[in-house]
Design a protein around this ligand. Sequence first.
Ligand code: GAL
Length: 836
Amino acid sequence: MVQITRRDLVATGVALSAPALLGRQALAAANASMPAAAENAIAPREQLLFDVGWKFTFGHGSDPAKDLGFGMGQGDFAKTGEFSFAKLGFDDSAWRPLDLPHDWAVELPFVKDDTAKGDSQLRSHGYKPLGRRYPETSVGWYRREFDIAAAELGRRIVIAFDGAFRDVLVFVNGCFIGRNTNGYAPFQFDLSDFLVYGGKNVIAIRVDASFGDGWFYEGAGIYRHVWLTKSDAVHLGRWESVVRSTLNGDTASLALTAIVENREAVATRAKVTWVIRDAAGTTVATVQSPEQDVPADGLAEFSASAPVPHPLLWSPQTPNLYTAAVTVSTGGKQRDGEIVSFGIRTAEFDANKGFLLNGEVVKIQGTCNHQDHAGVGAALPDALQNFRLSVLREMGCNAVRTSHNMPAPEWVEACDHSGVMMMCETRLMNSNPEGMAQLEAMIKRYRNAPSIIIWSIGNEEWLLQDKMAEQGEKIAATMVRRCHELDPTRQVTTAVNGDNEKGVSEAVDVIGFNYNEEKWPDKFHASHPKRPVVGSETSSALSTRGEYITDPKRNTVNSYDGAADWGKTPEAWWNFYGTRDWLAGGFAWTGFDYRGEPTPYGWPSISSQFGIVDMCGFPKDYFYYYKAWWRKEPSLHLFPHWNWQGKEGQDVAVWVYTNLESVELFLNGRSLGRQNVPHLGHVQWKVAYQPGVIEARGYKGDTIVLVEKRETSGGAARLRLSTDRKEINADGEDVVLVRVEAFDSHGRPVPTAGNKLAFRVSGSGRLIGVGNGDPNCLESDKDPRRSLFNGLAQIIVQATNQPGIIHIAAASEDGTLTPAAISVRVKPAKRRLAVR
Ligand code: GAL
């Protein structure tokens, strides 16, 4: 996919494929902070965040002299311990200090390449210079020193990465430790043998983003958390503590398993204890396994079962979670332990009923999402994961697909906590060792998460589903078998842009269709009535927030009916998937706009325009179609804005998305008629433009339930700031999202304002990124300056470790607007246990 774009495929004709609703209370509860992974360790295990205090410099993808001399000589890997950049005394004084997570791609300037191949590669990255043709910006080095106490000798000390992009080489104290060659799966290395106990240690990490894994923006660098874990030689196996529940009437039965590893030279006798608690912390069961031998340098599996009477089930409306505190002891001494979060629920895709959660039909109202956000690229602070989910939930989205890669742990935790279901997808559809390793990591890492209702082993493998169908079936069968082995509780699917008649489709439990609903799903269901079907990817509608005219000169798409050639508007696809009981529902491409794969335009578009919300999370008009038909509460949305200066007397299309029964439209107080709202549809008028006010009154019977107005505004006169939260935590990680808006002198929003602004952040916070949702904006995401796009911009501000106040101010660069300021309280908070 690196060289071939969707448009190429369409052009060459190779492939044309490609309510459960939360109330306010649930939204607020889900926005409360999540338990941090560091709190999951039970003594003597310590899990320390290893994010703080790094130094960074660019290396070089082709010139070893500019790459710390790495590769200058033949003997680099010949003898252990000779890498000087990973030793004390190496001069890194010119390197830049930073904390992780870090994405250097988002910091790079946008670059245009006029050659066809160059353009195709840069488009994927959102025109950031990554790839073998950009060696000076495609390799980064991270380095830091850290202390290990003499008393740690004998412990098992492991460095664990939640994910980094992409080829990673790790060096400690001059020694090469290991490598990782994909951008999404977690990886870890045992450092115990290489450390200096009672002294300083050095770690250096080379990250090479020259190759991509996908066809979309993927970031560059250590963009997820890093941990240093210290545990006993006798410890629980990584991701091996599994809780499975079955429901019998009003009692759940838990099957508990764990693996104990013994890294000592002698065998030991161990037992494992599980303490099950509900969300309030009340113990609901305590069980122990029988004692067993664990051989020297070996492992043993332990198991037990526990009943939970009257379990509080997990669902989108009630995201009830439980924890299992799993501990291992030998000779009465606790050696290791961890807290595993899980939920009790059943999830089943059915050929006739669609999807059933806890035995009840739930329609999947899903969105596919990539993982980047405005301002920060792929390096999302944890709080931003929550913010993004709350935006999606606001429109009634009850499920997300982690297209097309294994997600960050915090995205899964946010889904568990807020009741959003997930299709969890691996990156590489391949049964080779790398593909299987990625798949295993995903399933083992997340198999306790109740939000995950299905695994996906791949996306649009057009060869494996067609010309290489024979191999495709075998590859998929090997992957599906492994999924079932590691997790017999979940079904497996793959997203196919074809008829699903052969290849990979033969091997999966649930058939996933991407697009072309008019062509395939009905036919498939008629001939395969026993196979469950889900819309793994739908829509690919296109729109530019706040734009109502498709203008290829400005790279804009109108907000009424834009969709890719292979796509459908929200109304069109939901009228299909929302109306057939046998379909489980579907996942719209995409919830958020994302960098890269700019569609439908190329340069200077740096992001896609598929999002239902823009890159900042500001809703586009399509958002309100979903809100009307995915949520039960009355809603009504009127568009476009009413600033059409120069178009007086000309017709403007006025649309309303609502789930009310009828709508009456008024222009400057004059009725333009009342229309009944078709089920899953919308109402629209042609209105000859006159400045003033258009107003939509939504009725249930003869009662007016909701009214919305759009008013012609004057020019921008002043700014206003508002935040998603009033106070955040002084933990050095938490963030607040600041919405910047322009108003005219009468206090009316100015939906077309594009003023260039400057921001100032002082006190207990720092600005870490800015955005405005404009897919064509080439301004830096890291400058404390940004233009408004159609009246809006966003500032992302991160708390320091100091409780106090963050002062945030915005002014127009030319001084014409009345500036605005806001402050946010930063409250004392526990910082995570970290290597400092
Ligand atoms: C799909 C593909 C997605 C994205 C989308 C754009 O075919 O799975 O990754 O490229 O098209 O419409």
